[in-house]
Design a protein around this ligand. Structure first.
Ligand SMILES: Nc1ncnc2c1ncn2[C@@H]1O[C@H](COP(=O)(O)OP(=O)(O)O)[C@@H](O)[C@H]1O
Ligand SMILES: [Mg+2]
Length: 229
C-alpha cells in the first residue's frame, strides 16, 4: 500500500477539490484507493449528526463504498483549527488515534489522506499535519494557489516537507479564482526552480472544453507520477 498525503499552502486553496478528482481517477484507472479525512472541523449539524463536508466529497469519490464514519471519525462543529476544536470539546485526539483511524482494514493500493489547513497547521492534540504525514511515511502532494506571492509560499512548504524527509511527488498549481490578465507566470517560474513536477489546474468555474481538457490532462499526469513513484 502506498500512502498519499495532500497538503497545501493554506486552507481553502483546493486540497479537497484536487483530492476528490484524484481519488476518483485512481479508482477509475482500476486501483483500490481508500480516502481519509481523519479529523474535520466546521461540520454542520443535520438531524443531530455532524456532517463533514470534505469527507462527504471523498465518500462520493469512492462511490459511497467506504462508510463516512471510517473516512472521518473525528468531527467538530466550530470552524476553527481541529486542534482547538478538539480542545474546546474537552477531547483528546492524538496522532496515534489519527494513524489508527487512517489505517485501512484491507490492503488497498492507495491510502489517500487529507489533513486540515497547511503542512504546519495544528491537526490534533499532539501534532501538526506534518507529524501525521511523517508518521504515515506518506508521499506528499502540495497544492499551491496560483496568485502573487505563491512562489515564496511554495518554496517554504517544500523546504518544510524536505526537512521531514518526505518525498514530494508533485506541486499542483491551482487556480481557485479566475486568472487575471497579467504577465505573471507562476507555472513557468516554479518549473524553472523545482525538480519536482509542477502541474497546473485551471479555474473550472464556467469551464469550457479547453479547460476540461486541460484539467483531464493534468490529472492524468498526476496519475502517472503516482504510478511511477
Ligand atoms: N480549480 C478550481 N476551479 C474552480 N473552483 C475551485 C478550484 N479549486 C478549488 N475550487 C473551489 O475553491 C473552494 C475551496 O477549495 P477546497 O478544495 O475546499 O479547499 P481546501 O480543501 O484546501 O480547504 C471550493 O469551493 C472549491 O470548489
Ligand atoms: Mg479540504
Amino acid at each position: 500500500m502506498k500512502t498519499l498525503f495532500i497538503t497545501g499552502i493554506n486552507t481553502g486553496i483546493g486540497k479537497t477539490y484536487v483530492g476528490r478528482i484524484l481519488v476518483k481517477a485512481l479508482i477509475k484507472a482500476g486501483h483500490s484507493c481508500v480516502p481519509r479525512k481523519p479529523v474535520e472541523s466546521g461540520c454542520e449539524i443535520n438531524n443531530g449528526e455532524l456532517i463533514p463536508e470534505d469527507a462527504l466529497k471523498y465518500f462520493h469519490a469512492a462511490s459511497g463504498k467506504i462508510p463516512l464514519k471510517e473516512i472521518c471519525p473525528y468531527r467538530y462543529e466550530p470552524p476553527i483549527s481541529p486542534e482547538r476544536a478538539i480542545r474546546l470539546a474537552d477531547d483528546v485526539v492524538t496522532v496515534t488515534d489519527l494513524i489508527n483511524s487512517c489505517t485501512p482494514t484491507d490492503n488497498p493500493n492507495y491510502l489517500f489522506v487529507e489533513g486540515a489547513g497547511g503542512f504546519y497547521s495544528p491537526l490534533c492534540s499532539d501534532g501538526l499535519n506534518a507529524d501525521l504525514a511523517q508518521k504515515l511515511k506518506a508521499d506528499v502532494i502540495l497544492v499551491v494557489k496560483d496568485r502573487l506571492g505563491c512562489i515564496n509560499q511554495a518554496l517554504l512548504n517544500i523546504e518544510a516537507i524536505q526537512n521531514r524527509k518526505l518525498k514530494l511527488l508533485a506541486i499542483v498549481l491551482n487556480q481557485t479564482s479566475e486568472h487575471e490578465e497579467s504577465s505573471m507566470d507562476n507555472l513557468d517560474d516554479l518549473r524553472r526552480r523545482l525538480s519536482a513536477p509542477v502541474i497546473a489546474i485551471p479555474n473550472m468555474v464556467d469551464a469550457n472544453q479547453k479547460m476540461l481538457d486541460m484539467q483531464y490532462n493534468s490529472i492524468n499526469e498526476l496519475l502517472n507520477i503516482i504510478k511511477d513513484n
